[in-house]
Design a protein around this ligand. Structure first.
Ligand SMILES: [N-]=[N+]=N[C@]1([C@H](N)O)O[C@H](CO)[C@@H](O)[C@H](O)[C@H]1O
Length: 830
């Protein structure tokens, strides 16, 4: 290969880019230049969007120096890093975080106000990139933030969906999805590099081929291909001079336009290839925990994984790199089963392209991957039919067959001809359709397999993958999830952050366990008063936001009871609904004096996957119950239900700091971890929850007195399931439950029409897969304890302070330390 031309240089080009002066004048000069030359407008003529785009680009200038220095040092030190492979990144707005990371917020606010511009208006102009569904996507965003802040080399790889998670609207209380055209007003945080595009192949066939070294190898002859264009995003560390990279891939046709066909007048045909190709990165699949086995979804997964592995080997490694050393240089972390097709892809590259022996390639591959499982729902573990895989990726199917063959040979060696075990453990499922079990492939190929909370990892070992735990005992570990305190405490809750810093000093943002220093202040009356003032202020802020956004407000003297997460039956939003209906029923029937009811506003936030019918029914019922309760004069505003549409990261940053009560009420054994639960505890909300996922660890750390635990434990759920669960028996046995369900069935929330919510009622009475009725009585009792506790303001505040003080463990920095210690061995490098 011809030697690369000498790199361009000039005495003015400093070894690395230098940041503009960190002064108000320095900033204003940079901003106006960007507005004039970048946006091409004068300050006077500029729109808010012009100003936002110019500001974003100006802030990029301050980060650029750190980014190129990070890349230069990375190239220099060649230290081992992480390639985080995730089909989802729920990043949230970038501007606030970039200003925080560079400590520019004040300078920028002053500079802009000199120009007659409000920083808050420009921050509100940003459209958040909704490139994820829920917890899994947000976790990826928190993790890459922590790795940058901890100076760990990391490249996040994913897909640059043209349309992210749909925008949710409500029409007569029903969810209606709108496309999320997040790019429409410009995307100032991305750096496209079409020159580094990669060709990704699909389809075709495989045959033996004698290569020029005389060796017969399998040769894949694809049928079609697309280009993968990289778009780089900055991942700034918190005030440590470091910026890591997030590389998202966009699909584009290799030959975008067929002029000959166009000239023949068949315009549609002329661009068909382009449309077809671009479909691959067109839109995010909106399912959370219930994957769609659609071909396009597999195309998306292979597209970004093949581009990422190719990019790392060809772009990030020195030309003469000895691939046997690959495990010393990189660990590919598989964020759930979505990127697992990367395992046969690396084997294909090593064996077919780099011509390594199969055995040598497998030794490398086994050390280069690790797998994080995020679920316990059997339907969430992806399987791909061998028909589809064989058609789309014939060479990869071959490789998977060989991996499975060699794996089962090892199993036979260990356990003899135990056919049932062989069938149970085979990566290839024979029934109901011959298909590849991606979680099994990830477990066989991964150096480590982890769950995302202690209970989850235990259930993975005991119930989901017991055979594999028996076969690979050392492979299974746990890393409890975490959240970044930079976004979810410092940015989302500046007044609480100020109180914390005033009290325990700085440093807690990158060492969250320091929050323990707040414990003694739970006993300090003056501090408790300041803590309450912070919460009240956040409630008023939320009130203003919701009034402007949706025309509804929240009373700051109400207990704010918040349930925000994707709509899924296992998360049991319908249990929360039954509590509301029970309270309402007791008020309107006069069973309780409305004056004795603790004033409470229940805030829901939840998107349902568009194809998830029951979830959409439950959303409709929540809005209908809200409509009735909110407008019933007998309630005297002491119970309110609000459901702001389009719950996303930006709304979470306003709702969570205002919350008093965090609803984490999934059926025990169903929620792998949860991460919203951690954000609420760190923002001084008390949790009412089951012993499920990370709730268990939150309760253990904050103390039983500061957590409202209720409901069956996982073994009790298992036992009831085994004994046979008859939901209607709970209906018959519990008068309050019967009245609540009967009220819904009566049409009280649907203008007397009994049919409207019959599907929800029937589902609860005759199916109730997630045992809402079984946990109802315990839940209602726990909610009564909440009311009693809330009436004792000092006790409540003390408990809220202890939740903050004892939740430092839930920093994603700690999660990263655990991944580094237990899985990656990628210590901070510089
Ligand atoms: N997919 N998936 N899984 C989830 C969430 N739905 O995104 O991953 C999250 C991140 O690990 C978990 O907190 C949550 O319990 C789990 O259900």
């Amino acid at each position: 290969t011809p030697s690369a031309p000498p790199a361009p240089t000039h005495p003015l080009a400093l070894a690395t880019v230098t940041a503009p002066p960190t002064s108000v004048d320095g900033f204003v000069r940079e901003f106006l230049r960007e507005l004039n030359f970048g946006q091409g407008v004068s300050l006077q003529a500029s729109t808010v969007n012009d100003q936002y785009l110019a500001l974003a680009r100006t802030v990029r200038h301050y980060l650029m120096a750190r980014w190129s220095e990070t890349l230069r040092r990375q190239r220099e030190t060649q230290s081992k890093g992480v390639a985080y492979l995730s089909a989802e990144y729920l990043l949230g707005r970038q501007l606030g975080n970039a200003l925080l990371a560079t400590d520019l917020t004040e300078i920028v606010a002053d500079g802009l106000s000199q120009c007659g511009i409000e920083l808050a208006d420009l921050r509100a102009q940003e459209v958040e990139p909704g490139l994820g569904n829920g917890g899994l996507g947000r976790l990826a965003a928190c993790f890459i933030d922590s790795l940058a802040t901890m100076s760990v080399p990391c490249i996040g790889y994913g897909i640059r969906y043209e349309y992210g998670i749909f925008r949710q609207t409500f029409v007569e209380g029903r969810q209606v999805e709108q496309p999320d055209s997040w790019l429409a007003l410009g995307a100032p945080w991305e750096f496209p590099h079409p020159e580094n595009a990669r060709r990704i192949s699909f389809g075709g066939s495989v045959a033996d081929h004698t290569d020029d070294d005389g060796v017969v190898r399998r040769r894949w002859t694809p049928a079609w291909d697309v280009n993968a264009l990289p778009y780089n995003y900055m991942v700034p560390g918190y005030r440590n001079g470091r910026v890591n990279t997030l590389r998202l891939w966009r699909a584009q046709a290799t030959d975008a336009f067929d002029l000959k066909i166009f000239n023949s007048g068949d315009y549609e045909e002329a661009v068909r290839a382009q449309t077809f190709a671009e479909n691959i990165s067109k839109v995010l699949y909106p399912e959370d925990s219930t994957p769609q086995g659609k071909e396009l979804r597999l195309q998306q997964q292979y597209f970004f994984v093949a581009a990422s592995i190719g990019d790392f080997i060809d772009q990030q490694l020195p030309e003469d790199f000895d691939l046997a050393q690959l495990p010393e240089r990189i660990i590919f972390q598989l964020n759930d089963t979505h990127p697992v097709i990367g395992v046969p892809e690396l084997m294909r590259v090593l064996v077919d392209e780099k011509r390594l022996e199969w055995g040598a390639a497998w030794e490398i591959t086994k050390k280069c991957f690790a797998y994080t499982c995020h679920t316990l729902l059997p339907e969430a573990l992806e399987v791909w039919s061998v028909d589809l895989l064989g058609r789309l990726l014939p060479r990869h199917l071959e490789i998977i067959y060989r991996i499975n063959e060699e794996f089962l040979a090892e199993v036979r060696e260990r356990f003899g001809d135990d056919e049932l075990r062989i069938r149970r453990m085979s990566i290839i499922a024979e029934h109901p359709e011959r298909s590849v079990r991606m979680a099994y492939l990830a477990t066989v190929a991964g150096a480590k397999v982890n769950g995302v909370a202690e209970l989850h990892s235990q259930l993975l070992r005991d119930k989901v993958l017991p055979d594999f735990h028996e076969f690979y005992p050392g492979k299974f570990t746990n890393v409890t999830n975490g959240i970044t305190p930079r976004r979810f405490v410092r940015l989302a809750n500046p007044s609480l952050s100020e109180l914390i810093t005033d009290t325990i000093g700085v440093g807690w943002l990158t060492d969250l366990e320091r929050l323990r220093g707040l414990e003694p202040f739970a006993e300090d009356e003056e501090f408790r008063a300041r803590f309450r003032a912070v919460k009240a202020g956040n409630k008023r802020r939320l009130d203003a936001v919701l009034r402007e956004r949706d025309g509804v407000g929240v009373h700051d003297d109400h207990l704010l009871d918040v349930m925000v997460k994707r709509l899924h039956e296992y998360k049991r939003q319908s249990l929360k609904l039954l509590h509301i209906v029970t309270t309402y029923d007791k008020i309107v029937s006069g069973e309780v004096d409305v004056a004795d009811v603790t004033p409470r506003t229940v805030i829901f936030g939840a998107k349902a996957a568009p194809g998830y019918k029951m979830a959409k029914e439950i959303i409709h019922l929540i809005n209908a119950v809200g409509e009735t309760v909110n407008n019933d004069p007998r309630v005297q505003d002491r119970l309110k239900v609000i459901f702001p549409p389009n719950y996303n990261v930006t709304l979470a940053e306003k709702v969570i700091p205002a919350a008093d009560l965090s609803e984490q009420i999934s059926l025990a054994g169903k929620e792998a971890s949860g991460t919203g639960n951690m954000k609420f505890a760190l923002n001084g909300a008390l949790t009412i929850g089951t012993d499920d996922g990370a709730n268990v660890e939150i309760r253990q750390l904050v103390g039983d007195d500061n957590f409202f635990l209720f409901g069956m434990l996982e073994p009790e759920v298992e036992d009831l399931q085994t004994r046979g669960y008859v939901p209607s028996s709970f209906y018959e046995a519990d008068a309050d439950l019967r009245r609540a369900i009967d009220l819904i069935a009566s049409g009280a929330f649907s203008g007397g029409d009994r049919a409207t919510f019959e599907p929800v009622v029937s589902n609860l009475l005759y199916e109730d897969r997630f045992m809402v009725l079984a946990d109802y009585a315990a839940y209602i009792e726990a909610q009564a304890a909440v009311d009693a506790a809330y009436a004792d303001t000092e006790r409540w505040t003390r408990a809220a302070i202890l939740n903050v003080a004892r939740s430092g463990f839930f920093s994603s920095d700690r999660s990263m330390r655990d991944y580094i210690d237990r899985i990656w061995a990628t210590p901070p490098s510089f």
